[in-house]
Every structure is written in C-alpha cells, then in structure tokens.
Design a protein around this ligand. Sequence first.
Ligand SMILES: [Fe+2]
Length: 325
Amino acid sequence: MNNPKIVITKQDGIDQLVDPVGEGVLYLEPTGIHQINEVSDFITHKDDKVKYHIHDHGYELFVMTKGSVEAILGGKRCVANVGDMMLIKPYTPHAFRYREDGTVWQELIQQLSLFENERSIARILINCPDKLDDPEFMRLYQSRDGRIDYPEIPVMDTDLVNPAELPGFMCKEDYYKQFCIPGITCTLKYPRWELDGIKEIWEFAAEEGVSVNWGNQYHDSELFVVRKGSVKVEVQGFEPLTAYAEDIIHIPNYTTHRITSLESGTVLHDFNCRHNLFLLMEELSINKRENPGILNGDYFKDLLRRFDCPITEISYPAGGFSFSI
Ligand SMILES: [Fe+2]
C-alpha cells in the first residue's frame, strides 16, 4: 500500500503542465465514483482569457489565492479577488480574463477530471499546435468531455455588477449560514444542494489550542486547506505534522486523526464534508436556544450519530465546554 502524503505543500505537486492559457500544478488526482477531491493550482498572466463556455457535467470550484480576475458567470461580470470563490455548476456559462501577472486560483473539481483535459490540450500544444486554430478539431476536443465554447458572444463587454448577482460567486466574507460553537466559528460556504448532494464546503475559524478528534475510523477521506495560521495534524500511523497557510491536509479514510489549532484565528477550508453538518448545526443551534437543558453528553452522542458526523471529541486548553463520546 502506498504511503499517502498527509500535509501537501506548494512543493509537492505531482504533475505540472503548460496549456494555451496558463500553467497547472496538480496536487491530488480525482478519486471515487464521483471523481471528487481533484486539487490543482492554475497560474496565469495578465490579459490571458478563457473563452465563454459551458460543461454538461461536473462542478468547478475556483478559490482565488493570488491576483485578480474578471469573471463572467451566467452572463454577469464582476472582479474576483483573493479569498473569493466561484462554484461553476453544469450548464453555467463562464469566461475569464486575468488581470495581473501571476494570478493564481486553486481548482477543486467534482464529477469531472479537469486536469486530464488540461493534459490533453497541453499535448495538442506540443504535438500539433496548428490544430488550436482549427475550429472543427477543437470542437471535437471539447465535446469529448462535455464542453461547448461560445467564443462569438462578446461577454467581456457586459457591465460590472455586484458579485452577489453572479450564480455560484461567493465573496471572501460572504457565506450561506454561520454557526458558532465554543472556540470555533463554523461558516457554511456552499450547502449540499449546490454540489449535487455529494458534500458541503465549510470554513472553520478556531481559537488557539482548540482540538478536534475523529476518534473512529470513518468511511471518507478529509480534505482541508489551511488559509490562515497553523495546525498540528496527528493521524493514525503517521508522525505528527504541522500544516501552515496554503498547505493542503489530505487524510485517508479509515484513519483516526486529530487537528489542533496552534494560533488564534486559524482558518481552515473543508472541501470534503460528506456528512450532514449543516443539519446537525441547525438542530444544535435551535436546541441551544429553545431547549438548553438537553445539551448533555448523551444528546451530543446521539446528535453526531444521527447526522453521521465522525467527530468524537472537541477539547479546549482552558477547560470550558468540552464533549467526548
Ligand atoms: Fe470551465
């Protein structure tokens, strides 16, 4: 059995390519029947463009990590800056113009192998670059994975609008719903119904010393990216590791693990929340308000079980609220 990397840094790319628009660095290949958890960086130059196009399947999530880009989603245009996210669902027409040299976004892909498509076009660029100008050849290249281009529509000239008007656009500070538990602010960026029912995407901001334990072996892998601060990562069968800002944390399934915030204000994005954390948080917040007397160890144990939550303990350096099952 191969020994997977748990903390993946910017030096740990497993494939790299140049396509006609930019450069890609792959960190994780897609896995499973839903082809989830593909992660790569895409690096571009000022005024590079992606033509207006759709996909008939698959979900592209782009997280801006450097620079800025003009984005057209569903025919509406705005500027995306560092920290903004764009979730592009099937049949959402989209186009981009990069505004700065070295603009980078992170690509998280579901039900689509985007990097495999980029490998194909990188191969065309090397082996038959003249074909890039052959409309019939390129139409067949795109159609083999359900992409249709509409380059004749001059979307780049549409008026700039409020980003909230663009389908799937999520500004850095925006969210669908936010829940606070002691020591951790839990922010739902994209609910399950935006991702074909497969997962939820969360942002967690934790105080120093807060420690979350997944004490049972669980059916799904974990995929976090540290956006701010640092965490200690303890995984069954591995030496303890530290992950810093922009490191990816990839924890294999059926492996107990614990993540501890090492700094106040540490922020993690959770890109593979497969269990029903949103419904769990909703019930917990309602009971905190309406029925606080029932919030004991047995209640938490039952709550976690009913929503398939693999977490077994949250602990705090200075005592206070804590539970363990
Ligand atoms: Fe696309």
